[in-house]
Design a protein around this ligand. Structure first.
Ligand SMILES: [Fe+2]
Length: 208
């Protein structure tokens, strides 16, 4: 190697210019799992479980976003409490999204991530862009929870059958329990309840 060739190579290595606008082929395709992970879970099991978890991930991302939409767009006398409640549930769904996505990666799969792909995959009904009344917001959220809870129960049983105890634990202990609790908090807001005057006449103690 001549002196000039050596100088050129050194100059390339220590150039401070950032290499911008780079593109290259994918290193792993969506829908595949990487091989030979020492998890004692066969490749077909990891393929099936990651496919199911990606459906759940897409639906959980949509529910997460539905909570933020509801947090921003809520109106009426219960604005303050619902504004806060919707954001609390949003934060809990954010944690579930991360836990599900990282479980997929851990199993050697590829997590769905971008809004366009999520929109094509989700089973949850698309809401309008505009604002809706509180009972409709609550009903949409409850319907989304119902879709997710149905999927989670099926997936948890299947993961258990396949010997994937880690996924079963995530699905039952985190995803199912969180969704069930959020359903309770939402549902109680749809009970028709007088705020000032009780509707039922009081029964007098000792009356015949
Ligand atoms: Fe906010």
């Amino acid at each position: 190697m001549t002196r000039k060739q050596i100088d050129t190579k050194t100059a390339e290595r220590i150039n401070a210019q950032p290499r911008l606008h780079q593109r290259a082929g994918e290193i792993q395709s969506y829908g595949t799992v990487s091989h030979l992970l020492p998890l004692e879970l066969e490749e077909p099991v990891r393929l099936e479980v990651t496919a199911q978890l990606n459906q759940l991930l897409a639906d959980t991302m949509v529910l997460r976003d539905l909570y933020k939409k509801s947090h921003w767009q809520v109106a009426g006398p219960t604005f303050y409490q619902l504004h806060l409640l919707f954001d609390k549930h949003f934060g809990e769904q954010v944690e579930l999204v991360d836990a599900i996505a990282e479980r997929i990666q851990l199993l050697g799969g590829v997590s769905i991530a971008m809004a366009h792909d999520v929109a094509e995959t989700t089973s949850i009904e698309r809401p309008p862009r505009g604002r809706e009344e509180v009972p409709v917001q609550l009903s949409r959220l409850l319907d989304a929870h119902q879709v997710i809870i149905g999927e989670v129960r099926k997936q948890a049983r299947r993961a258990s059958e396949l010997g994937d105890d880690g996924s079963n634990d995530l699905l039952v202990s985190q995803v199912l329990r969180t969704n069930e609790l959020q359903v309770w908090f939402l549902s109680e807001h749809l009970v028709s309840m007088p705020l000032v005057h009780a509707k039922e006449p009081a029964t007098t103690v000792g009356a015949a």
